[in-house]
Ligand binder design. Structure first.
Ligand SMILES: [Zn+2]
Ligand SMILES: [Zn+2]
Length: 239
């Protein structure tokens, strides 16, 4: 009989077929069958050309971006943050289902199809967890997502470039204003990045505050262009 650890490793490995995580029926290599993948939440249309939140037009930035431009140049998302993807992400991050990392990572290439800008990316990095929380959880979902998307396009992956200097409160429990304050100056970049184009990968963007804080640190280190790449984008800014 397989131990739970071996079973979870097999489930996260795309070589082995498993039952669909959503309908529980058809065997699938990626963890979500084609029928269920077709029903995953799409990005709002139209959406802001900079932060990808639901907006009145896809041609002009939304009110939030006009009032205060995010430090990242553009945000691309694979899907909208809605049922059933929100449940899968929550089960992975907060429910201890580490094996779902493989299932969620397999969905990241959809982001590349949504990315209208073909500019080359020099480096792909995950939004880092603070060391304490990483120890507690045992994994960082953005790390797995970033590795997969980097391997898909043959770009360099670097999970050590940016570090979280302090343990911040869980963003999910905070209001928009609190989120901005919570992550301000929370990140530092370990070396100069002059002239580079860097993509930061996170699982969910809600206010974009975390991605904005990482992008601010990268720009201070000389990064020419910062793209935010997320698996799921909430359609509205959390107010
Ligand atoms: Zn299914
Ligand atoms: Zn916007």
């Amino acid at each position: 009989m397989l131990s739970n650890l071996v079973a979870s490793l097999l489930n996260s490995c795309p070589v082995f077929e498993q039952h669909c995580q959503l309908c529980g029926q058809r065997p699938t290599a990626s963890g979500i069958c084609a029928s269920c993948e077709a029903t995953l939440p799409q990005l709002a249309i139209p959406h802001c050309p900079q932060c990808a939140a639901s907006a009145g037009s896809s041609l002009v930035p939304c009110g939030h971006c006009l009032r205060q431009r995010p430090a990242f140049d553009v945000l691309y998302a694979a899907y909208g943050y809605d049922y059933p993807l929100d449940g899968l992400i929550g089960a992975c991050k907060y429910g201890g289902q580490a094996a779902l990392q493989g299932v969620l990572s397999a969905l990241m290439p959809q982001l590349l199809a949504n990315r209208s800008d073909p500019a080359a990316v020099d480096l792909i990095i995950p939004v880092p967890l603070a060391a304490g929380r990483l120890h507690e959880r045992g994994f960082n979902l953005p790390d797995a997502l970033a590795r997969t998307v980097a391997a898909t396009i043959g770009a360099r992956f670097d999970h050590g470039l940016c570090v979280r200097k302090r343990n911040t409160a869980q963003q999910a429990s905070l209001s928009r204003g609190e989120r901005l304050q919570n992550v301000r100056d929370a990140f530092s970049v370990k070396r100069r990045c002059d002239g580079l184009c860097i993509a930061i990968v996170d699982d969910v963007a809600t206010t974009g505050a975390t991605l904005d804080a990482v992008a601010t640190a990268l720009k201070k280190a000389g990064t020419r262009r910062v793209e935010a790449w997320v698996l799921a984008r909430a359609s509205d800014h959390k107010i």
